[in-house]
Design a protein around this ligand. Sequence first.
Ligand SMILES: NC(=O)c1ccc[n+]([C@@H]2O[C@H](COP(=O)([O-])OP(=O)(O)OC[C@H]3O[C@@H](n4cnc5c(N)ncnc54)[C@H](OP(=O)(O)O)[C@@H]3O)[C@@H](O)[C@H]2O)c1
Length: 321
Amino acid sequence: MSREAVLLVSVGASRRDAEPWIAALAARLPGLRVAALGDDVDPAAVRYVAAWKPPHGALARLPSLRAIFSLGAGVDHLMADAALPPGVPVARVVDPDLTARMSEWVLLHVLLHHRQAGRYRRQQRESRWADDAVQPAARAVRVGVMGLGVLGLDAAAKLRMVGFDVAGWSRAPKNVPGLASFAGPDGLDTFLARTDILVVLLPLTPDTAGLLDAALFRRLARDGRLGGPVLINAGRGGLQRESDILRCLDDGTLLAATLDVFEREPLDRASPLWRHPAVTITPHNAALSDPDAIANLIAGQIEGVERGEELRHVVDRGRGF
Ligand SMILES: NC(=O)c1ccc[n+]([C@@H]2O[C@H](COP(=O)([O-])OP(=O)(O)OC[C@H]3O[C@@H](n4cnc5c(N)ncnc54)[C@H](OP(=O)(O)O)[C@@H]3O)[C@@H](O)[C@H]2O)c1
C-alpha cells in the first residue's frame, strides 16, 4: 500500500465522534493514513471511505476512490445522497458481533410481550398480587419476521430455539427447515394473517418506505393468544407511519409496540409515543456497531482489495440495499 493513500472517516458532527473509529482503523491499517472528513487531505489521495450518515455531497469528487464502507448494516444513509459517486462500490457491515446484538434485542422484546412484562410491572407498582392471567406457551404464539437477511434469519433461528412458531417474509422465498417462508406482495396477506408478533428487520428502500401503516396492521392476526397483534421494529423509522401506530394502538388494531427506530431521530420530546402506555422505546441502539469488530471487518476488506480480491457484502445500488 502506498504511504500516501488515505482512508477517510466520516462519523457524526465533530472530529471527536470519528476518533474511536480512526484509532481502531489506524491500528489495523498501518499502510494507510486514516483521516477524518474535514482534515487537510488531498482529495486525489482518498482511496477508501468509511462513513455513517456523511453530509450529502461530501463523497463526490474523490477521483481515486475504490470503495465506500458503511459503518452499519444499513446503507439508506448513503443511498439518499444523490451525489454518491456512481461507479464506486458500497459495502455494508455483515458481522457476527452486530448480528448477535440484534438477535439479543429481538429475543428480549418478543419475550417481554410474550410473558406480559407490562402487566406485571403495573401490578408491582400497585403492590397487587394477581396470578390469573393466562400465559400461552411459546409454541402457541406466531412470530412473523419481515426481512430474512443476515439479521432476520439469525433472529428467526433464535426465536425458533425458544419455541415460537416462526415465519418470515422476504422478496424471494427462503428454504429454511422449520421456518415458514412467504415472499413478495403476493405472500404478504397470508404472512400477516398468521402473525401475532411482527418483528421488522427490513432495509429502508423505495419499496419498503412507509410499509408499516394502518392498512398493514389491520391485516395482522386477530385470533392470537396475546389478545392482539404486537409490532416490533428495529429496521428503520422510514418504514413506519407513527401517526398510524398511535391510532392503531388506541383503537385496538395493535396491542403494543416496541420501536428502536423513528421517522425522525432523535425522537422529538413532544412525540406522544414517549408517553403511550403500550409503547416501549429504545434509542436506535438495538445493534450498535462496535468500532473494534467493524474495524477488523473493514481492515480485512481493504487488505483483500489491495491484494486484488473481490470486495464482499457489496450493496446492489439499483435495489437500494
Ligand atoms: N436498529 C438497529 O440498531 C439496526 C442495526 C443494524 C441494522 N438495522 C437495519 O436492519 C436492516 C436489515 O439488515 P440485514 O443485514 O438483515 O439486511 P439484508 O441481509 O440485506 O436483508 C434484507 C432482507 O430484507 C428483505 N427485503 C428487502 N426489500 C424487500 C421488499 N421490498 N419486500 C420484501 N422483503 C424485502 C430481503 O429479501 P431477499 O432476501 O429476498 O432479498 C432480505 O431478506 C438494515 O438494512 C438496517 O436498516 C438496524
